[in-house]
Write a protein that binds this ligand. Structure first.
Ligand code: SAH
Length: 369
């Protein structure tokens, strides 16, 4: 069985028109020149966008008036508008539902902690991976997101943090995780471009530390190797969920295409090339993948193949509507942690925010069309 990995056929097929945040600094400068403006206007626009989180050229008052309109028409097409906010955890967690002019819907979730603020973003509208326990997986794929649509989720959250929308007063967006809708490595070029815009220093990026970016994947082995060669220090998270191929083939159907051995080999390559510990995600599903023997098997496999370069993140399953699966009971979870650690592999349970607003891991499934 082959799992279709969505690849856009034309360069921008079905995607919104080119936006400022799709472009590298050189491309922005070229565009500005095409508009008949002096080159330094490019840096000015970039400072507005990446330093002040301003995306409306009409508000960029240090630009000449006639240039503002021109820039707006050429570089700032309308992309995403927020259609709904849902709060949880006393306002410290906020889910935003976004809509694009073509009717595409997607979600992002901002989570504030005492020491950091993390934004969980979408890389695709829907997802083609079809993992049976994941709400987005049940939607199927609508389309890829453009780099700018990914970057815009970050810009707006950064602006919200700065203006103190969440309780706790003004703060700074410090972390971005590609754990919203979609498989980031199946939208490789645009996700990579977005990562560059998110991490580049001012004025052509938000300057968020590469280490504070996490790319979570079902295990697209060739794309993991490619990412390892990009000279980035982002954190790689692999949705393993199972230490044996037979069950993983059903839990993470991409395993039929890139089996465990291939995924683990790619993870090792990533750790070797980047010096970064790989994070292994494991959603504990009662009586499905939470057996003591599977914990032993997982610990042994990871210790043998990745040594010190791995960390296991257990996620209690967030049951999705209509599914008969449930989270493992607490004692089973504790036993699982203990057994993985006993093999010498660090293992922690992820704090899960936003369960009551369907904003927890795997619950994102925009219904409004
Ligand atoms: N496609 C990427 C990123 C999106 S999901 C990936 O699969 O890694 C982010 C994480 O949430 C993944 O580890 C995913 O397997 C997990 N997840 C999905 N549905 C879940 C659920 N119902 N409960 C707990 N975790 C879930």
């Amino acid at each position: 069985m082959t799992i279709p990995v969505p690849v856009a056929r034309g360069p921008r097929r079905g995607l919104p028109p080119t936006h400022f945040a799709d472009l590298t600094s050189d491309q922005v400068k070229e565009k500005v020149k095409e508009l008949g403006l002096p080159a330094f206007r490019a840096d000015q626009i970039a400072r507005h966008y990446y330093d002040r989180f301003e995306a409306d050229p009409l508000e960029m008052t240090d630009l000449p008036k006639d240039a503002r309109e021109k820039i707006k028409d050429a570089l700032f097409p309308e992309l995403l508008s927020p259609t709904r906010y849902i709060e949880a955890d006393g306002g410290a967690t906020r889910k935003t539902l976004w809509k694009s002019p073509d009717g595409t819907v997607l979600e992002s979730v901002l989570m504030r902690y005492p020491d950091r603020a993390t934004l969980c973003i979408s890389s695709q509208a829907g997802c083609a991976q079809n993992c049976p326990f994941c709400a987005t997986g049940q939607l199927g794929i609508q389309r890829q997101l453009s780099a700018a649509e990914i970057v815009e989720q970050v810009r707006v959250a950064a602006a919200d943090m700065e203006s103190g929308v969440l309780p706790g007063g003004p703060g700074r967006l410090s972390n971005v995780v590609f754990m919203g809708m979609g498989e980031p490595l199946a939208n490789y070029k645009r996700v990579l471009s977005a990562i560059r815009q998110i991490t580049s220093p001012s004025p052509y990026g938000f300057g968020i530390s590469q280490r504070n970016i996490t790319v979570s994947t079902v295990g697209v082995a060739p794309a993991i190797r490619r990412l390892a060669d990009e000279d980035l220090a982002v954190t790689l998270a692999i949705s393993l969920h199972c230490p044996d191929d037979e069950l993983r083939n059903t839990l993470v159907p991409a395993n039929n295409r890139w089996p465990l051995a291939d995924v683990i080999d790619a993870a090792r390559y990533y750790a070797d090339r980047t010096g970064r510990r790989v994070s292994i995600e494991y959603a504990l599903i009662r009586d499905v993948n939470d057996q003591a023997w599977r914990a032993d098997m997982l610990g042994s496999l990871l210790h043998r193949e990745l040594r010190q370069m791995v960390h296991v993140n257990l996620i209690p399953l967030n049951p999705t509507p209509g599914s008969e699966w449930d989270a493992s009971p607490r004692h089973r979870q504790d036993e699982f942690v203990k057994r993985v650690r006993a093999k010498g592999v660090p293992c922690t349970v992820r704090d899960s925010r936003g369960q009551d607003i369907a904003a927890a891991c795997g619950q994102l499934a925009a219904e409004e069309k």
